[in-house]
Design a protein around this ligand. Sequence first.
Ligand code: UFG
Length: 326
Amino acid sequence: MKILVTGGAGYIGSHACKALARSGFTPITFDNFSTGWREAVRFGPYVEGDLTDKGTVENAFKKHQPDAVLHFAALSRVDEAMANPGLYWRNNVLGSLNLVETAVEHGCLDFVFSSTCATYGDQDGVVLDEDTVQAPLNAYGASKQAVERILHDFSTTHGLRHVIFRYFNVAGADPDAEVGEFHRPETHLIPIVLDAVAGARDQVTIYGTDYPTEDGTCVRDYVHVSDLVDAHILGLRWLLDGKENRVFNLGTGSGFSVREVIDAARRVTNREVPTEIGDRRPGDAIKLVSGSSRAEEELNWQPTKSTMPQMIEDAWRWHQVADYKE
Ligand code: UFG
């Protein structure tokens, strides 16, 4: 079966392509290479194109006739979304609308979508399950919530079938280090910490130490990218088995503060992590922790690599051999 993977050259999409290929599917990457890497397309063919250009999307469907879609492609930086919300509404929402419409027009009705815990916003430390009311703090979260709504409407009217995954903080890398996390600019905590460990940056700035959490820094729920993409294979099979539309949180239910992540990196790498204390970063939620085991119960998802030491170890291995070009 052929699966169109938008954002297949990106961090999560490239890991998904590997998991699909291993599971007997043919991943067809659709990517504009704005934040992804040609070197990361290692597991199937690709189409270079932008989702905001519907003609290119249509040509990809005509040429490859995919059986299902895994939709990862999106801009996903909160700082960028705060500075330029229009970019997020255009890219994430218009791009997704073009994709969903084209999929429906081509009778490709099984659709797996990458959404985010950022759709929940800040909920006063409440542990978040799939029924928590969504109240995004920024245009990134709002754009993802809007696409969830598009899927709902196309489902009602056109029979589009979908699984929505709301990711918590994705971390780690392919344990074989064939693909990994590499953003330019890098904004994510763990790769930044590893850059500091490796001497590629002077220090890590801790964005705020006056949050109402145990050690004053923000708390996140980290999930290993390999576990995350395993859930996507299960989500795809869920749809192919004819089961109903469903939303699943993908997190582990354990929260780690920024300081705890830095301490774990010190232990795993056995090196110093130089830090400085900075201001809060606009748009950051205090605490985002997944409270649901729905994915484990219903999809039979079993995260096996999502411990902090394992995520840092795999990210560190990749960091040392990463062969993507700047
Ligand atoms: N942080 C620092 N210093 C840094 C980088 C991050 O202190 O140099 C802190 C952040 O303030 C936050 C935590 O580390 O408290 C995690 O930050 P990340 O940028 O790694 O992750 P986010 O929780 O901000 O981002 C995640 C996803 C994004 C998505 C966002 C939505 O990685 O793609 O959730 O909330 F946009």
